[in-house]
Ligand binder design. Sequence first.
Ligand SMILES: C[S@@+](CC[C@H](N)C(=O)[O-])C[C@H]1O[C@@H](n2cnc3c(N)ncnc32)[C@H](O)[C@@H]1O
Length: 408
Amino acid sequence: MLDLKPSATSRSLAIAPGVEHARGKAPASLAVPIYKEELWTSRQRQGNALHEISYRGCFKPQLPNYFLERLSAEADVVYDPFSGRGTTAIEAALLGRRVVANDINPLSAILTRPRLEVPDLADIQVRLRSLRIRASAGADIDLSMFYNRRTESEIVTLRDYLRRRREAREEDAVDRWIRMVATNRLTGHSPGFFSVYTLPPNQAVAPDDQLRINRKLGQKPPYRDTRALILRKSVQLQGQLSASDRERLRSAAARAIFLCADAAATRALPAGGVQLTVTSPPFLDVVQYARDNWLRCWFNGLDAEAVGERITMARTPEEWAASMSRVFAELYRLTAPGGWVAFEVGEVRRGAIRLDEIVVPVGINAGFDCGAVLINAQRFTKTANIWGVENNRLGTNSNRIVLFRKPD
Ligand SMILES: C[S@@+](CC[C@H](N)C(=O)[O-])C[C@H]1O[C@@H](n2cnc3c(N)ncnc32)[C@H](O)[C@@H]1O
């Protein structure tokens, strides 16, 4: 169970007006205790380096870890319907839980599954060495603003190789690992990435914007040794894995379920099997997942626009509430009696909209009991400081978690 001290800031939660409810009318306020504490920052262990794959809107591993350790046991099924880079899935697997991960963006499983299967570094090195770079290989789109000509031919050779292996159904865990790392290394803001200096790796700017960045900084894409960079990142990712971590990951990989569906329509998953869900949905239309991922989609042969059309982009709180009502109905079906849902949301529109106030009645209407709203009293992240973004104002990392339990 949670070891929360009743905090001075606990109070009744006012329910935002205008919220549509699936069943019945919600009261104007609900007595939901709000705990504002430093839940995991000061006590936290450093997250395992295996998590260090960037993705827009990802949460830190300490967040799922906090709930996994308190609300689930070994071999329990842990689910994330909006899995992103798979933070919940990887942390759950490291703790010996069974993993179910869903995301409507196919990049999610591409970035997550290989980190459960973790191949040996020696095998990755051999596979990379076996690639024959075609110096004449060029992309079907203009990428000259991001890549040196030689770098581009290496990327295109790798892309073609991975496509052939997949089409021939010969893709194995080593290929999938290389695909995941290469996808992560495509663009970024240091020489550890394939591209010339650009935005951080979870956002790819449009080609015209990159041309402007290059002009402003007077830069030309330098050559990057893509295979050396893939190997270096692989060493970093695997650097903290013990033999028993590898064993737990392998066993989770063998039983893991990856789904690429709307979180509200996951019929492929059986009812009542999930002990704990730890998740974070899109916050209205704050993050443009499709636009930010266009280059990652290109590398993986995915249609970024088609992916974008499927992603939930609610323009208003009412639209968002309606969409989350459908998700909660599905979560209720999937959750075991006595099971938990930890649902992380933020403040958006500079704090004017508090999504936790919308989520509480939505979850209750679906049949859950709402135990608490937990606010991690943590002010800034490293990334936020680097990019001059004050997270508390933009509400992209305020860590408000609404905790629900399905009655026994
Ligand atoms: C806030 S991010 C989750 C990040 C994740 N917690 C992590 O640590 O990487 C929200 C995710 O929801 C996905 N998504 C958006 N609409 C969806 C839908 N209708 N069904 C399932 N996933 C969706 C997006 O692709 C994105 O990966």
